[in-house]
Design a protein around this ligand. Structure first.
Ligand SMILES: Cc1cc2nc3c(=O)[nH]c(=O)nc-3n(C[C@H](O)[C@H](O)[C@H](O)COP(=O)(O)O)c2cc1C
Length: 181
């Protein structure tokens, strides 16, 4: 069955390695009939969570802060699959991705028990080195805490300059993952 996919792109680099992974994944996912909505977080006005815990009063606009998260909330609500895409920054996901993800708490606040909507997820990452352990640990624990199911990870190490990933088998891996969702 076709799925609705939301991609949160935490890389600030246009044409960067994360973007290449996303393009390959999207190619596979769309070929299989899925719909993909992508948010390039760097170009969006997304402020950090204020920790006010006063959200969740309006399902259509759950956060007290009115910024570009307003574009993400409806897509997130409808999504079957949430793709977390990021460069490895200091052995974790980028601030752009974490900042947006924290703001999804406002959606959980709509539930009396603060339950997050249950999703499937994918992790796409690029890095100069190959030490993804800390980022994987964060992602794996997040999946467990939220009750989400991970459909797979593509971790592309050895790529520093934007576009260095071109020709890498990791792009085929991302495309195949997108196609088999
Ligand atoms: C602020 C910053 C922190 C980084 N930290 C790491 C790191 O901890 N480990 C690593 O292997 N590469 C690190 N890198 C390299 C990037 O992960 C790598 O260049 C990656 O391909 C960038 O993806 P992009 O092209 O999508 O932006 C860092 C780069 C920057 C700018």
């Amino acid at each position: 069955m076709a799925k609705k996919i939301v991609i949160l792109n935490g890389s600030p680099r246009k044409g960067g390695n994360t973007a290449h992974l996303i393009d390959a994944f999207t190619k596979g996912a769309e070929r299989a009939g899925n719909t993909v909505v992508r948010f390039d977080l760097q170009g969006m006005n997304i402020r950090p969570c204020l920790g006010c815990c006063r959200g969740g009063k309006d399902e259509a606009s759950p956060c007290v802060q009115k910024d570009d998260m307003g574009k993400i909330y409806p897509a997130y609500r409808e999504a079957d699959v949430v793709v977390l895409a990021s460069p490895l920054y200091y052995w974790n996901v980028s601030g752009q991705l974490k900042c947006a993800f924290d703001r999804l708490f406002a959606v959980a606040e709509c539930d009396a028990n603060y339950n997050n909507p249950v999703k499937e997820s994918v992790l796409l990452m690029a890095a100069e080195g190959f030490e993804f352990e800390e980022a994987e640990y964060w992602y794996d624990r997040l999946m467990s805490h939220l009750g989400w199911t991970s459909l797979g990870k593509v971790l592309a190490g050895g790529v520093m300059e934007a576009g260095a990933i071109e020709g890498s088998p990791k792009l085929k891996e991302a495309e195949a993952l997108g196609e088999k969702l």
